[in-house]
Ligand binder design. Sequence first.
Ligand code: NDP
Ligand code: 8X3
Length: 254
Amino acid sequence: MKKTVLITGATSGIGEAVAVKFAESSDRLVITGRRKERLEELAGHLRSTYGTEVLVLCFDVRDRPEVEKHLGSLPEEWRNIDILVNNAGLAVGLGHIDEGDTDDWDRMVDTNIKGLLYVTRVIAPIMVSRGKGHIFNIASIAGKEVYENGAVYCASKHAVDALSRGMRIDLLKHGIKVTNIAPGMVETEFSLVRFKGDSARAETVYSGLEPLRGEDVAEVIHYCASLPDHVCISDLVITPKAQANATNTFRKTK
Ligand code: NDP
Ligand code: 8X3
């Protein structure tokens, strides 16, 4: 049966790949993000390629009134969200705690933690009222470990990890599953955003190894969502073969 899937941050990377994956299995999609043109382009592609029913909602997850306005007034035929993928997020900057840019910290905390909470606060009650639903929180290997220069991003993803565990307890009696997804290196726009548009620096992150692609993470999320109702995968760390943990990678030199 068709599911209705809400994905935050569907304009690129993991979120876009998740949208395509669920479209392939004929599900209905609510895709969100800030870049309207990208959302419209993706919606057009999914409609023409897969015949997908798509609702586009353009908003910033940091803006609580906007989140409440858009998600709190979903058209009746779109209200029954079966799957929420809390994916919108970012790292900005890389530096020691005594030198960090506090605006960067605000962006990470506001997007990765508060944005995820604002979205969940609107959608979870809908799931509770229906007695079913599945929430995926895209955390990170940075939510399991901490690395030099990444304290604030790591802290924000540790918060997501804790929220996944807390949500799972709170929503247990309502029949709602919560899956925490903790990817390692995925080649998306992530590093371009982290390095504020410095594409040469972003490319070095993935040099000499084969990183994950958004599609790899999407495949895993789709698998978790396809399991029988009584089965819940709670937490998954997914890395490329060449990555052992947050700091150890094996790179081939030319
Ligand atoms: P991308 O930069 O490719 O995608 C990030 C998405 O988040 C975009 O669609 C962007 O949309 C959206 N987004 C960012 N800020 C906001 C905002 N304020 N409001 C609404 N949407 C927002 O990176 P990834 O696909 O890699 O990142 C997706 C998630 O995966 C993030 O939470 C990231 O932390 C996590 N992750 C990524 C890893 C990696 O190595 N790439 C590894 C582990 C976790 P727009 O700009 O249009 O608003
Ligand atoms: C993204 C993975 O290792 O760059 O969450 O923090 S990492």
